[in-house]
Ligand binder design. Structure first.
Ligand code: FAD
Ligand code: SF4
Length: 316
C-alpha cells in the first residue's frame, strides 16, 4: 500500500474543504471497498479524510412524507429500520442481498453507492483498463465478459455497476444530497447520479472534486408488492449476474430496475407501460438497444425470466 496521511473531519463543510483543497485526497467511510483497493494499489489516495464522526447517521421523515437517510447510516441499520421494512421493502431486500452481515455492519449508505466495479481486469494491474488507467485500453472487450454489461456500454468500457442497494434506489426515485467545499448544496436525481462509461470510464458518477454525499432521500411510499431478486454464481458473497427490483401494483401496473447489466442501475420508465403485457413485453423494450457479447448474451433471457418469476410471485 502507498503511504498516505489521515485526518478525521468534524463537519461536512470541513470534510469537503479538506478533500477539495488537496489533490489525491479521498473520503473514508466504512472502508470496506476503499481499503481493499488501496491494498491492491488500484486506489492510491495521498490523504484520507475520515467522515465517520460526522453526524450523518440518522433516518428521518421528510416534510413530504418520505425519508432522509444519512450518508453514514450503515447498510444493516437501513435494512432493519421499521419504516424502511414497512414502506420500502424493495430497499431492505436489496440491501440484505448484498455482501455479508459483517460487511453490512460497516458499509455506509454513501460508500455503497460509490463502490467500484468488479470487472476482473480492473483488479488485475497487469492488464489494460481504461477505468483504472485512462487511455490504456479495455482488456474485457474481446476478453472474459460473462459478468459484464449488455447495455449502455462504450468502446472504452463494458463494466457494470456492482451494487444492489442502488438498484432499489433507482426504482424508488431517490435523490442524493451533497455539499461542496464552498458550502453549496445540491440534490441529484438518482437516475442522473451514476454515469455511463462513454469516453471517460474512469468517472463512475457525477460528483465533483471534493463533493461530499450527506444523505439519500426517498419520496413518499408508493405501496404495491415490492420484490428484489439477485441471480448470482453463489448463494452469498457474490455480485449479481442479473438483479431485478420491482414494485407491482394490484391493477397490474409496475416499475422495474435491473442490476448487473449496465454501468449504472438500469431502468427505462417508458417500458413500464408494458407491465400488463408481461415480462417479455417489458424486457423487449428495456433491452431494445442491448449490445451483449457472446459471453453474456444469456443475461437478456435471465432478466426476462427473473422478472416473470417476480410477477408470478406478486400475483400469487
Ligand atoms: C467481499 C465483499 C463482498 C461484497 N458484496 C457486495 C454485494 O453483493 N452487493 C453490494 O452491493 N455490495 C457488495 N460489496 C460492497 C460493499 O457494499 C461496499 O464495499 C460498501 O457498501 C462500501 O461502503 P463503505 O462505507 O465501506 O465505503 P468506503 O470503502 O469507505 O468508501 C467507498 C468510496 O466512497 C467514498 N465515500 C465514502 N463516503 C462518502 C461520502 N459521504 N461522500 C462522498 N464519497 C464518499 C470513498 O472515498 C470511496 O471512494 C461487497 C464488498 C466486499 C468486500
Ligand atoms: S470493462 Fe471497464 S473496468 Fe473492465 S477492463 Fe474494460 S475499461 Fe477496465
Amino acid at each position: 500500500m502507498k503511504s498516505f496521511t489521515y485526518e478525521r473531519a468534524k463537519t461536512p463543510e470541513q470534510a469537503a474543504a479538506a478533500v477539495a483543497g488537496r489533490p489525491g485526497a479521498k473520503y473514508l467511510a466504512g472502508g470496506t471497498n476503499l481499503l481493499d483497493l488501496m491494498k491492491l494499489e488500484i486506489e492510491t489516495p495521498t490523504h484520507l479524510v475520515d467522515v465517520q464522526d460526522l453526524k450523518l447517521d440518522q433516518i428521518e421523515k421528510t416534510a413530504e412524507g418520505g425519508l432522509r437517510i444519512g450518508a453514514l447510516v450503515t447498510n444493516t441499520a437501513l435494512a432493519s429500520d421499521m419504516a424502511v421494512r414497512r414502506d420500502y421493502g424493495v430497499l431492505a431486500r436489496a440491501i440484505v442481498a448484498g455482501a455479508s452481515g459483517q460487511l453490512r455492519n460497516k458499509a455506509t449508505t454513501a460508500g455503497n453507492l460509490l463502490q467500484r466495479t468488479r470487472c476482473p481486469y480492473f483488479y488485475d494491474t497487469n492488464m489494460p483498463c481504461n477505468k483504472r488507467r485512462p487511455g490504456t485500453g479495455c482488456a474485457a472487450i474481446g476478453g472474459f465478459s460473462r459478468q459484464l454489461a449488455v447495455i449502455g456500454s462504450s468502446d472504452q468500457c463494458i463494466a457494470t455497476y456492482p451494487g444492489d442497494m442502488g438498484v432499489a434506489l433507482r426504482l424508488l426515485d431517490a435523490k442524493v444530497e451533497t455539499v461542496k467545499a464552498d458550502g453549496a448544496k445540491r440534490a441529484i436525481d438518482f437516475a442522473d447520479f451514476h454515469r455511463l462509461p462513454g469516453n471517460e470510464p474512469q468517472r463512475d458518477n457525477v460528483l465533483e472534486a471534493g463533493e461530499l454525499i450527506t444523505a439519500v432521500t426517498l419520496p413518499k411510499p408508493i405501496g404495491g408488492t415490492q420484490l428484489y431478486y439477485k441471480v448470482r454464481d453463489r448463494a452469498s458473497y457474490a455480485f449479481a449476474l442479473v438483479s431485478v427490483a420491482t414494485v407491482i401494483q394490484k391493477d397490474g401496473s409496475g416499475r422495474v430496475a435491473f442490476g448487473g447489466v449496465a454501468h449504472r442501475p438500469w431502468r427505462v420508465e417508458a417500458a413500464e407501460s408494458a407491465f400488463p403485457g408481461g415480462a417479455r413485453a417489458v424486457t423487449e423494450k428495456v433491452f431494445a438497444d442491448a449490445r451483449p457479447t457472446e459471453d453474456n448474451r444469456f443475461k437478456l433471457k435471465l432478466a426476462e425470466r427473473t422478472l416473470a418469476s417476480l410477477m408470478a410471485q406478486a400475483r400469487s
